[in-house]
Ligand binder design. Sequence first.
Ligand code: PLP
Ligand code: SF4
Length: 350
Amino acid sequence: MSEILTTDREAVRAHSQVDPEVPWQQAMRRAIRDSETLCQRLGLPNSLAGDAAGRAFPTFVPLEFLQRIKPGDARDPLLRQVLAAPKETEVIDGFGTDPLAESTATASAGLLQKYAGRALLVTTGACAVHCRYCFRRHFPYETVPKGRAAWEPTLKRLAADQSIREVLLSGGDPLTLVDASLAELFAGLHEIAHLRRIRIHTRLPIVIPQRITEPLLRILTQARATVWMVVHCNHAAELDAATLRSLGRMVDAGIPVLNQAVLLRGVNDSVAALEELCERLIDHRVQPYYLHQLDRVAGAAHFEVPETAGEALIAELRQRLPGYAVPTYVREVPGEASKTPVVETHDSSR
Ligand SMILES: *Cc1c(COP(=O)(O)O)cnc(C)c1O
Ligand code: SF4
């Protein structure tokens, strides 16, 4: 039984004591799974949370992420990403359960193919954090294959299609798979001679940085295919020392690391926030790749930033940062052959 916290100061002290040495799976097990506890640990009133929202898509926040949230600040940009808000249950026109029409792009269970040369494997439904804006929050994960045998039909399909040169491991978060499962999947992919690259889309190195272990790095660096890592970080405050160390270990191991972010109201919809995020990423050898316009998924409408505002933010970043630090601002349009750049119509009066 933990102590009852009587003052905010004590709450803050308990809050900052997170043992960084626990293995990542234990970090997953001890994650906060309800908004009452989340609010209590941050010295915030329960009334900030929406109960129905939390039931529809449960709270999941590891302590490693919690400790980067400022206690007592209901407007903290990290808190907004993870706290189930009452607004999520509002029904808003244009926001649906399958905004990217993924159900029509599903080639076989767990395999999505929308773009030439690339196929996306939904490897698992599990994530290391539940992001409230997630576009796959309504995805039918129960159809995702589990284990090597279940992956066979998908691997066969990939093997039969010479045009696929890159496989994206996505989810959920593929790094929630234990090393043995990942190694098995890599071994299966290894047998497909025309596969040249494996790309991993993951938020784990950001959320639970101790996931980047030596055994994992060995799986990634010993793959026959070139491995690219795309992490997902939306705000510079997510980049604490442990996270930067883990990103650095991947880069040191020779793995190119890119970042994608989602433009989110109240999180990173300011020049200052985006500039700090991009600059800290390049300081640490991680290249900003995409800034995504929010996918219009039911429950996430309150995160939407108008595209004109997004365009203006990107135009301003271009004035301030090196070219390689400015992410490509894209939206996903169902049926298009690639992500669609949101083009700057913003006239800088020249
Ligand atoms: C976003 C996405 C990709 C990757 O697109 P890139 O522009 O290459 O990053 C591939 N497949 C699917 C289904 C996607 O949604
Ligand atoms: S980690 Fe990615 S897939 Fe998982 S909840 Fe967050 S945005 Fe969605």
